[in-house]
Design a protein around this ligand. Structure first.
Ligand code: V47
Length: 470
């Protein structure tokens, strides 16, 4: 017996440590996360550098569960890419074609209406509509597209046009002002909203950094213009999303800076809606040295924080007051006094891992599975004022999207159907999953699936008929 114990002791000392990666550097970050405090860029760097990736994931799950206890969202949607003809030549993009190239297309109004009918038949709550910067389409094409869909599918939310498309629209409508993007974009957005636009998707943000911009998407709008477009949308009461396309020529510190810029932009949006923060706001630098953002820090990831309430999508019905997470009275006052609306903030961030295939950066490997999980978890932890983090299964696969629910994501987008911008390995552009698959993935991950509309309001459904709860 003694001999056996001795043998076991010897074996124990030669076994690898059962938890080899625990990193004490994470402990101060853990304390901040538990207290609902904002993490710094230095904290973010630690989270990127540590070998203890499971602690990073565990912390992100803690925050995700605190914000959305027991549930995960999904939606029934349809993506529509109306043209792939694009004046730009971004290096990471395999979607764009020049007019006359093989495979170049521009959908006419009949095609678009047909997509509307299909959305209706499938019971979709959202159409996600984006395309290239097609220099041959007039401004009227866009308003007619929205008006036609509004007529066919009045209930379906039209989430359409990324920031760069909206700047392009200002150019073709000849209202673009080089020294103030906001003026032309406001003109465009007012008309699109009138025609039926419900919110903006988050594409085209890429990574907000001059070097990355120059190297990978030089002719596209930069951070300033992207943020200006979203600012105007917020001022008009439209909710928007945002993305981070990472894993190409970007570095980790540039991703962190991207996150910092987004959360400061969200501080501004929430402050405008009456969120008061905890009073210890810091004056952060904007994108350029001379610019300062003076909104207070507003976090939504702490215990008991109130997420902004969704509002009705129809034009003119944007007047549901939000509640402040710190001072419930202040938001209602702001709403009454300044006629602010509850719409007008970033709803969700979708981290997009770079897909090299077919792009000019095909020589790059693209991010690995662990890099994807780590970046997602850090996104959840850094973007403490973003209500949602989305797993876009098209770019991750559904099995990976399911794992992402354990690492910070609370939402899986969506049934999709056709998607042309990237193709998951071995797939064509027909990329569809069923509601059943989404629900099964969510339930197996231990969450209750909640079907949501674009504004994250729970949907009550009977077959293809649906209504928003409440
Ligand atoms: O804007 C382009 C990116 C975006 C590649 O807001 C690429 O709810 C990876 O924005 N590899 C489109 N990404 C997707 C997008 C999106 C998706 C789902 C939901 C939402 C939302 C937004 O895809 C583009 C661009 O940033 N992209 N090429 C590529 N090779």
């Amino acid at each position: 017996m003694t001999t056996m114990m001795n043998t076991m002791n010897t074996m124990n000392t030669t076994l690898p440590n059962a938890v080899p990666n625990l990193d004490p550097a994470i402990e101060s970050i853990r304390a901040k996360v538990l207290a609902g405090q904002r993490l710094t860029l230095e904290d973010g760097a630690v989270l990127y550098e540590t070998r203890d990736i499971w602690s990073v994931i565990e912390l992100a799950k803690l925050v995700r569960d605190r914000m959305h206890p027991g549930v995960a969202y999904y939606n029934i949607n349809r993506h529509l890419n109306y043209t792939n003809v694009c004046a730009l030549s971004c290096k990471f993009c395999e979607f764009a074609r020049k007019q006359g190239d093989e495979g170049a297309y521009t959908r006419d109004l009949d095609y678009i209406k047909e997509q509307g009918h299909k959305a209706l038949e499938s019971g979709a709550t959202e159409m996600h509509i984006v395309g290239g910067l097609n220099p041959y389409l007039p401004f009227a094409y866009y308003t007619e597209m929205l008006s036609a869909l509004r007529e066919i599918v009045p209930q379906v939310h039209l989430k359409a046009f990324t920031a760069v498309e909206l700047v392009h629209l200002a150019r073709i409508a000849k209202v673009y002002k080089r020294d103030d993007t906001k003026v032309g974009v406001r003109w465009v957005l007012e008309r699109l909203k009138e025609a039926g636009l419900g919110s903006l998707p988050g594409g085209g943000a890429e990574v907000f950094d001059e070097r990355v911009h120059k190297e990978a998407f030089k002719s596209k709008i930069g951070a300033h213009e992207w943020l200006d477009v979203h600012l105007v949308a917020h001022e008009l009461g439209l909710n928007t999303n945002c993305t981070m396309l990472y894993g190409h020529v970007d570095k980790q510190d540039e991703r962190l800076r991207h996150m910092e810029i987004l959360r400061r932009s969200q501080d501004q949006a929430l402050h405008r809606l009456g969120y008061t923060g905890d009073g210890d706001g810091y004056i952060a630098q904007g994108i350029v040295e001379s610019e300062q953002i003076s909104a207070p820090v507003i976090t939504l990831s702490g215990e008991g924080a109130t997420l902004p309430v969704a509002r009705l999508a129809e034009p003119g019905l944007h007047d549901v007051p939000v509640k402040s997470n710190k001072d419930p009275g202040s938001a209602s006052r702001a709403t009454e006094e300044t006629n602010q609306t509850a719409g007008g903030y970033y709803q969700t961030i979708t981290p997009l891992p770079f897909f090299p295939d077919g792009s000019d950066l095909e020589n790059l490997p693209g991010p690995t599975g662990l890099e994807n999980l780590r970046t997602l978890a850090i996104t959840r932890l850094m973007l403490d004022n973003f209500p949602h983090v989305k797993a876009f299964w098209i770019m991750q696969s559904l099995p990976m999207a399911q794992v992402m629910l354990e690492a910070g994501a609370d939402d899986i987008d969506g049934t999709v159907v056709w998607y042309d911008i990237t193709k998951a390995v071995g797939k064509g552009t027909h990329q569809e999953t069923t509601e059943l698959d989404l629900k099964r993935a969510i339930e197996e991950a231990g969450y209750t699936p909640i079907e949501r509309d674009t504004l994250y309001r729970p949907v009550v459904r009977s077959g293809r008929d649906w209504r928003v709860e409440g």
